[in-house]
Design a protein around this ligand. Sequence first.
Ligand SMILES: [Zn+2]
Length: 109
Amino acid sequence: MGAAPFRCHCRDCQQLTGSGHSEMTPMIIDTFSISDACKIYDMKGGSSKPTYSGFCPNCGSQLTRRSTTMGDRIYVHASSLDDPRRYAPKKSLYPDAAQPWDAKSIIPD
Ligand SMILES: [Zn+2]
């Protein structure tokens, strides 16, 4: 996945966000901190390896994703950043999984 911000159209992201895709900013886990409680939901990703979805225990908002395959990274949902205007997705992941009504959001290669 690399270090570039990305839009993910996979089914997990659709179901977690309740929308067509997620908007994710990768960060190095050692440089990341979150100021309030973040609850972790363990799930299996598309590769059937464990992934961890962080969410606010009060309102349920999705905050982060982690995976065992990219253990030094944490992926932050762009809308939960302090300044989401700085977010600029560079590519689409799993564009083939995009729903027909969300196909216009696919970022071309
Ligand atoms: Zn995804």
